[in-house]
Write a protein of this length. Sequence first.
Length: 378
Amino acid sequence: MRAFWAKSGFTLVVLLCPFGPLLGQTTREPSCPPPDSLAGMGAIVGRVVDGETEVPLGFVQLRLRVAGIEAPIEGLSNSSGYFKFCSVPTGSFTLTGQLGQLGGLKGPMPLGPGKTGTIELELSAPAEEWDTGTLTGTVFSSDSGKPVEGVAVLLLSLGQTAISNVKGNFTFPSLPPAEYEIQLNRLGYAEATSRVEVESRKTVHTRVEMTFEPVPLDPLTVTAVRRRVLLPGLEDVERRYHSGWGQWVLANEIQVRSPRRLSDVLDMTGTTVHGSLGFEKLRIRRTGCGPLVYLDDILVTRCPRGGGPKPPAEDECNPEREAFDVVNMIHPMDVVAVEVYRGPAEIPGKYIDSNARCGVILVWTRRGRISGGGGGGS
């Protein structure tokens, strides 16, 4: 199957076939093993050239984004300008390239299971001069007419996410001109979708309404028992624990494991600690995305949370490194409970803001010894 696409002075020819060759290339072109169609995999191969001279460009930084996959796939073109991405999840993808002041972009484009996409990526204008557009929007409640804060807005074809602010506003800057579908999710509201056309060098605004939808709960059988308290004055913490949201580590579990550092028990919540001794980092979701950390309801992390694909350099403010350090500020045996929320859809409203997309960790300590080691569920 062949597909031809042109936008902003770039021309793209895609041949989707198991072993489609690049037109006019030599035998030095890249190749991948046949993609596993049953596993939903495809492949992308091609060449990077100068948009004016058509001279192949080597050592170009490439970034492949697949819809629905948060982390991009990165690579470099070889000295002859060729590149390949094997075992790529199928769906809509976008490929960008950067070499100094030169930049190029292709997509969004489809990739089917068992198929190999063959493309030629042209680099020309500086990245800041690409003919892109901006998408802005506002989320309202259809019931009250008021803005909805903390909505996770997903740009399906590119896999990008934005969080609506207190006024219900969100923004996606520098988008390639195309028609986009956005998906909106917020706890307590029904999922909503909308399609928006983004034009070159223009800002388009969309208004999306979400319908309030109470979260259904399974029937409960209540048995009257003496309730143990996490800690006097932490009634909200205990209510959240009994609600079933988030991942938890309680004092009795910490005492059983007797960890040297608090981060040593966070593996129970899906939190990842990585790096060598003295350079450890902590994350809940993807690389370069450190969670916010609260200690006794006080925010103790300060690094900006951009959620970018690359972590900052070691001499800069590193969100993952900072999260590891502040989590281990307190001795594990002084901790009553740890709450871990992985993303905006489950974070309690009090702790949702635009920096919370990488997750939130709430650490609660105790003063003196409390009988029962932090309670929990009986």
